[in-house]
Ligand binder design. Structure first.
Ligand code: IPM
Ligand code: MG
Length: 356
């Protein structure tokens, strides 16, 4: 098949991990006979430098015209002062809104060989296989904002329609898994959470009676996630709770660098990005973990291009590389030689096989 992928490498370690993601994408194209048109576009801090805009018009229109968007990471100390007039993060939020990607899927699987890489006990994290569905284009991220010298506000707002559609996405995914859905809110304090709970309950009761739905307060969920993470199957939650809890959940897998994500809207086009940030402290050293990006490429193949076998082949190659001990410094046991970003990418590509 032919497909167009807009590539936004961004800042910090973004370009380093994206380079490996692209090498995997090209390897898949070669192995399976596809033609992927990959267009690199300025985005984030680098685009503030070159275009005085974190999301230049030309980048946005290329993303709107593409079949999928592959994103590295954005941000850095240069653009993060409280008074900074332009922020890389604002570009990311505008991109998510413009593409209508309201559902952010963040799967967390603990690879058998990596149970020892987590800061949690191996017997707690072994066998974890959960999926976060984070609402991505509403809530406090997108409500009215105000700041003067004496006072600042961020409004959190949700409509019933926004809650309905994200509940449906999560519920459908739960139906294809272990049929357990946990909705996370703060209904003991927040009005948005009380609406969330009401709407979520109604949608599941009417449309997904085969699911087991449980509601959990966000503070309890934060605790339960590290106490008994195997209890969870699919978790659905609002934008900011999802942001916070998915960084926590990444620690189950051993490193933030391992987790992929897919952001989807009504159609097939999506934004695919590792959940980690730009990590300015290690940028330019060639030691960043590329697995989260490579696994995001696998999600892109499956969810936006419908290439299931290709996605599976890439995921299996990652599993094989990890199983053979191909580890970057963030997941390498003390005293072992860790691989560079490039070597980890190489370890995956050399294990890529066509199924059958
Ligand atoms: C994420 C990031 C972003 C978010 C930032 C960079 C705006 O933390 O994708 O989790 O908060 O959504
Ligand atoms: Mg985050």
């Amino acid at each position: 098949m032919k497909a167009r992928v807009a590539v936004l490498a961004g800042d910090g370690i973004g370009p380093e991990v994206i380079a490996e993601g692209l090498r995997c994408l090209r390897a898949i194209a070669g192995l399976f006979g596809h033609e992927f048109e990959l267009t690199l576009l300025p985005f984030g801090g680098v685009a503030i430098e070159s275009h005085a805009d974190p999301l230049p018009e030309s980048t946005l229109s290329a993303c709107l015209a593409a079949d999928a968007v592959l994103l590295g990471a954005i941000g850095g100390p240069k653009w993060s002062a409280p008074q900074a007039p332009l922020r890389p993060e604002a570009g990311l939020l505008r991109l998510r809104a413009a593409l209508g990607t309201f559902a952010n899927l963040r799967p967390v699987r603990v690879h058998a060989a990596l149970a020892d890489a987590s800061t949690l006990k191996a017997d707690v994290v072994q066998g974890v296989d959960l999926l976060f569905v984070r609402e991505l284009t509403g809530g406090i991220y997108f409500g009215d904002k105000h700041r003067d010298a004496e006072r600042a506000t961020d409004v959190c707002s949700y409509t019933a329609a926004e809650i309905e559609r994200i509940t449906r996405v999560a519920a459908r995914l739960a139906q294809s898994r272990r049929r357990r859905l946990t909705s996370i809110d703060k209904a003991n304090v927040l009005e948005t959470s009380r609406l969330w709970r009401e709407v979520c309950t109604r949608v599941v009761a009417r449309e997904f009676p085969d699911l087991t739905l449980e509601h959990m307060l966000v503070d309890a969920a934060a605790m339960h996630l590290i106490r008994a993470p195997r209890d969870f199957d699919v978790l659905v939650t609002e934008n900011m709770f999802g942001d916070i809890l998915t960084d926590e959940a990444a620690m189950l897998a051993g490193s933030l660098g391992l987790l992929p994500s897919a952001s989807l809207g009504e159609g097939r086009r999506g934004i695919y990005e590792p959940i980690h940030g730009s990590a300015p402290d290690i940028a330019g050293r060639g030691i960043a973990n590329p697995y989260g990006t490579i696994l995001s490429v696998a999600l892109l193949l499956r969810l936006s291009l419908g290439l299931d076998a290709e996605a599976g082949a890439l995921e299996q190659a990652v599993a094989a590389a990890l199983g053979d001990g191909a580890r970057t410094p963030d997941i390498a046991p003390a005293g072992t030689r860790a691989l560079s970003t490039r070597e980890a990418g190489e370890a995956v590509i050399s294990r890529l096989q066509r199924p059958g």
